[in-house]
Design a protein. Sequence first.
Length: 335
Amino acid sequence: MTAEAASAGGVSTVMHVRCPDRLPEETYRQVLEELTGLSPVVQALPPSAALVELKGALRYHGTDTRRLGEMLRVRTLSRLGVDVRIGIGPSITVAATGSAQVLEPGGVLAVAPGQAADWLAPLPVEALHGIGPRQADTLHEYGVHTAGLLAAVSPAMVQRLLGGKAGRTAADRARGIDPRLVVARALPSSATVRRTFDRHTLDGATVRATLLDLVVQLGRLLRRRGQAARALTLTLGFAGGTGWAKTRRLTEPSAHDDDLRTLAYRLMDAAGLQRGRLTGIALKTEDLVDADQVAQQISLDTAREARLVAEAAMDRIRDKFGPGVIGPAATRRAS
C-alpha cells in the first residue's frame, strides 16, 4: 500500500516502522541496524517497532521520504526476510497512525505535512495513535466517531470528556499536532555488513578487496552512529552450506578503518583459506560503546594521524556526494 499526498509546504520527516508480531529479538536488532543505515537518529520501540528521524537522511541519500521507506522495505525483505509496515508523516502521531493503516504483510504510506489533518479526518478515533479503547468508548458515547469530528470539537470540551492532559493531547493529535521529537535511543549493540558472491570465488585478490570494502562500510556506519567497537567477528560462507566464524577483540574500542582493517585481515589469515569456494563474507562489530566514552590517546605516529585526518575528510565528502564516491582503490575491484 503506497500513498503520498502532494506536498503543501514542508517535508514529512518522521518514519514509524512496524515489524511483524512476535519477531525474534535478534531479528529485531538486525532491523534496527538496517534503520541506522538510513539515519543515525533511531528510537527503538521494543518489541517490534521503531521511529526514525529522516531530516539528515534526505540530504544524505538524495531522495524523497517515500523512496526511503521503499528502500528500507526492500532491504529488510532481501537481507532479513522480514516485511515491514512503514508510515511517514510530519509528526510521530501521523507516522504511527499511518503505519497502522498499512495492510499486512507490508508497505509504505506517506502523508505530506499540509495534508495531515485532512488525511486523519475520516479515520475512526480508535485508529488515531495514542487513543486507547476507553477514550474511544467515551468519545463514541458523545457521538465523536472520527478524528475529523474530534478535531472539530473545542479543546476545552475534549478536556472535559477525557480529562485535562489527555484531552489536550487527543485534541492536538486529531489535528496532526505532536511536538514530540524522535530521540536516538537503544542503538543496536552490534553492527553488521555483508556481501554475497554471484559465483563461488577462489580469487584471493577479490576476497581481500571485498573484505576491505566491508571494513570501509562498517567503519562509516559506526562513525555515523557515534559508536566504537570492542570486538570484530568475521563470518565466511562456503559452497555446500558450511561456514566459518571467528571473533577477536580490539586492543581498545575503535571505529577507524585502520584498526578494523588490521583486525579483519588477521581474522582472514586465521581462516587459513586454501581452495575453499566462498559464497559470502560478513563482518560484525560487537560490544559497542558510545564514541564519546573512548579515551583519545596521544599518538606519535604521524602516518596514522594523517590517515585519520584523511578518513574524516572522506566522511565529509561521502556525506555531501554519496557513500560510493570515494574510497580505497582496491575496493573498486569488489564493487
